[in-house]
Design a protein around this ligand. Structure first.
Ligand code: NAD
Length: 492
């Protein structure tokens, strides 16, 4: 069903909501506030409060109190609430998409699609909850029986970013709640409205008070306070590898469980038996989706030299066909970056690549026809040196660097030569070569002739500096569970 996107009462939403603690919305009168900015116009669209220490502690206290009952609730009852949440998100998708496309910048159609994917996670988590079975182990000595059951770990501190602000909240919250955990959540301050709306949907679906608590704040102050709290038993973070490496030792200091969904730098290897036109039609839309701000975005294109020129020409044509604009404009196919610092970071990567001999095929900076907004042109670079920063650092920008290869083994080494290992893609018609390449890529997820890796039904996550743990898929609740074994003498 196609839905049109409605905008935008962001400032009213922020003012009405603020924090959600123990089942109530609170906007403290004396809270420090920060502006929420529309990245397409640079205009302030509202204010949100920043948590004080007492707010952070109140959120944890509410989650700890609620855990006592929520952990004992019946899995079918938890599942019913999560399914109702999914239903409400789908029902409200059009207005929700308008709210967060305005604050985050993505086109309304992408925002709608993301809300659908978030709802998928709530449904998948609900179903996983009702299939969470334990084990009876034949025990020794005879006359004993060992029962293994799953128990929720406790209060989970969840930190989510701005690039897929609905999806990434769902990918944590749905599974933690399904497992019987309670949550303190700090979403990105750059896209606060969709977080409020998801929490409102959980509230309306009947989630008990305290089971989820939402605050905004200075990120480092929040994580330091929550990760030092003995009441918090697990952390789940999605964001940069830099911040993940800061938070992991803080969680480890008090032996908290940690799930880390960090950066990626996905290679795409295009073999000469794959039509360059088809390769671009598969890869380019994913490359420029969300203006390249996705952790599984294809971000290094290794193209066989036999098809290099054709591939580059097609990629340039696609990049030039994109229409930049605000997410609320139905004709927009690529929105702005989320903030000024992302624009500066993209410009720095392009300059460095050009300094090292790359050829600027198109784009390369802020569009000349826009003097407002954090827009960056869809950019294609060819002849990119392997030691360029853009081949090392995650670009998180609409930049497609293209590198030629001619040796099937060398290209796997080049593709693996980064600290990241999240996604990777192989475009190849020869099934043996394709399997060999996929097997050689040191990543958590590979697409063979397919660039759609994310979905609630499969595990999402990486290896190396891309993180620890998985979100979604069969067994997704395990991130939030611990095993308890009870051994009984059955004959005394
Ligand atoms: P950043 O690392 O400053 O922030 C990313 C997110 O982490 C933000 O939502 C922020 O609120 C949160 N954060 C930052 N410091 C924190 C702290 N001390 N405690 C708790 N949370 C904290 O990055 P950025 O400049 O906003 O984004 C650019 C980089 O972030 C990209 O290069 C990319 O690697 C990464 N990123 C990755 C994802 C992902 O899906 N894996 C999402 C967003 C950003």
């Amino acid at each position: 069903m196609s839905q049109s996107v409605t905008t935008n009462t962001n400032s009213e939403l922020y003012a009405r909501c603020g924090f959600y603690i123990d089942g109530r919305w609170i906007f403290p009168d004396d809270a420090r506030c920060i502006d929420v900015v529309d990245p397409a116009s640079e205009e302030v669209i509202g204010k949100i409060p920043l948590a004080r220490k007492q707010d952070l502690d109140a959120a944890v206290a509410a989650a700890a109190l609620a855990f006592a009952d929520w952990r004992r609730s019946h899995a079918w009852d938890r599942a019913a609430i999560l399914k109702r949440t999914a239903y409400l998100l789908r029902e409200r998708a059009a207005s929700h998409a308008g709210i967060f496309s305005l604050e985050q910048g993505k086109p309304g159609t992408e925002a709608l699609r993301e809300i659908g994917m978030a709802a998928d996670h709530f449904e998948w988590a609900a179903e996983e909850a009702t299939r969470l079975v334990g084990q009876i182990v034949p025990a020794r000595p005879a006359g004993t029986v060992s029962v293994v059951e799953h128990q929720p770990v406790g209060v989970v501190a969840a930190f989510t970013p701005w690039n897929f602000p609905a999806l990434q909240i769902a990918a944590k919250v749905a599974y933690a709640l399904a497992a019987g955990c309670t949550i303190v959540l700090k979403p990105s301050e750059e896209a606060p409205g969709i977080a409020m709306l998801i929490v409102q949907a959980l509230h309306d679906a009947g989630l008990p008070s305290g089971a989820i608590n939402l605050i905004f704040g200075e990120p480092a102050e929040v994580s330091e306070r929550w990760l030092a709290s003995p009441e918090v038993k697990a952390m789940s973070f999605t964001g940069s590898t830099r911040v993940g490496k800061l938070l992991a030792p803080m969680a480890a200091a008090s032996l908290k469980r940690a799930t880390l969904e960090l950066g990626g730098h996905a290679p795409v290897i295009v073999y000469p038996d794959f039509s360059p036109k088809e390769a671009v039609s598969l890869a380019a839309a994913v490359k420029f989706r969300n203006a390249g701000q996705a952790c599984v975005s294809p971000s290094r294109f290794f193209v066989h030299k036999e098809i290099l020129n054709d591939f580059t020409r097609e990629m340039v044509a696609f990049a030039k066909s994109l229409k930049l604009g605000p997410g609320s404009d139905e004709t927009t196919t690529m929105g702005p970056l989320v903030n000024r610092s992302r624009v500066d970071a993209a410009a720095r990567l392009v300059k460095d690549a050009l300094d090292r001999g790359a050829i600027l095929e198109c784009g390369g900076g802020q569009p000349a026809d826009r003097n407002k907004g954090f827009f960056f042109e869809p950019t294609v670079l060819s002849n990119v040196a392997q030691d360029s920063l853009i081949m090392i650092e995650e670009p998180f920008a609409p930049i497609a660097p293209i590198v030629a290869f001619d040796d099937d083994d060398d290209v796997i080494g080049m593709a693996n030569d980064v600290e990241y290992g999240l996604g990777g893609y192989v475009l190849c018609r020869d099934p043996v070569l394709a399997e060999r390449a996929a097997e050689g890529l040191n990543v958590g997820m590979v697409g063979i002739n397919n660039l759609a890796l994310a979905g609630a039904d499969t595990p999402f996550g990486g290896v190396k500096a891309s993180g620890l743990g998985r979100e979604g898929g069969p067994g997704a609740l395990e991130e939030f569970l611990q095993k308890k074994m009870t051994k009984r003498a059955v004959t005394v």
